[in-house]
Write a protein that binds this ligand. Sequence first.
Ligand code: UDP
Ligand code: MG
Length: 336
Amino acid sequence: MRLSIVVPCYNEEAVVELFDARIRETLADLDVDYELCYVDDGSRDGTLDRLRALAKASPDDTRYVSFSRNFGKEAGMLAGLREATGDAVVLMDADLQHPPHLIGRMLELYSLGHDQVIARRTRDGDKRVRSALSRLYYRMVNRVVDVELEDGVGDFRLLSRPAVDALLSMPEYNRFSKGLFSWIGFDTVTFDYQNAQREAGETKWRFGSLLNYGLDGLISFNSRPLRLGIYLGLTLASIAVAYAVVITALAIVNGPTAPGYVTLLVAVVGLGGLQMVMLGLVGEYIGRIYYESKRRPHFLVKETNVPRSVFPAGNRVDTRAGALLQQGEETGRGER
Ligand code: UDP
Ligand code: MG
C-alpha cells in the first residue's frame, strides 16, 4: 500500500523544510511506502523555491503543484487530492500543527477497514473567547445543517481511495470541506489529540475570515435558513394580525387614542432589519448559484512536476516560467 500526504502551503517558507524533514522521519519509522504531495497556494514568499528544491532532492516521492495565485486552502486540498496517487491520503497542514506521529495511529485504524480516520483536536491553548464562540457556533449550526459538523474536527484526516474519489467527483465551486467530508459518509472513525501550536510562520486566519467561514458552514449544505425566513415572516404576520384586532377592539371600546409612535418606530425598524437580513440571505444563495453557473476552474496550475494531464484542462495555464520548466530549463527564479 502507498500513502499520499497532501500538504497545502501558503506563505510557509519558514516551516516547509522542517515539515518535510519531520514527516519523512516519521514515515520512514513507520516503514510505509509514501509520496508527499505539496500544493503551493500562490505563496508570495519563497515557498515555491523550497518546494522545487525538495522535489529536486527526492524526485521519486515528492510531487508539487503551484497555483497562479492564492486560491484558498479548499482549492489547495482539492489540487492535492487530484495529484495524489496513493491508496490512502492524509491531509495535513504545513505548520506541524498536525502532529506527524499520529499517522501511525491513522494507518492502524485504516487497516481495520475504516475509510475516513479523523484526528480531532482539543482546544487547549486556544484563546478562551474563540473556543467558547466556536462551541456555541457548532451547537447552533448542527441544528440547522443536514450534515454533521463537529467542533475540533478539521482537515487532518486519512481518506481511503474510494473516499478520495468520492470527494473528487463533487464538482461544486463553493467547497466547504468540513461539510463535504461529512456528506460523503463512508465508514468513519475519530480519535482525539492534544492541540499543538504552529512551529513557525503565522496563521492565515483573521477573525473576519472565521466569521465568513462560519456563514459558509451555515449556508453551504442546506436551504433551511430560507425556510426560517418563511416561518419568521408567518409568525410576525400573525402577531401583527392579532395586534391589529386588539387595537381595533380597544379603539371601539375606548375611542381612538393617538400615542403609540414608539411601537410604530420599533416595528418599522425591527421589520426593516429583518427584511434586510432575509434579503441578504437570499442574495447569498443567489450569489452561490451565480458562481456555480460560471463553471470556472477551482484553481489554475502554473507549475508542477506531475503530468499536467492529472488536472482537468480548465485548470492548466501555460505561463512562461511553466513552459521553460517543461523544457527542462532552469527558470533562474530560484536564486533570489
Ligand atoms: N493555507 C493555504 N491557503 C490559504 C491559507 C492557508 O493553503 O489561503 C494552508 C496553510 O499554508 C497551512 C494550512 O492551510 O498549511 C492551515 O493554515 P493556518 O495554519 O494558517 O490555519 P490555522 O491552523 O491557524 O487554522
Ligand atoms: Mg495552523
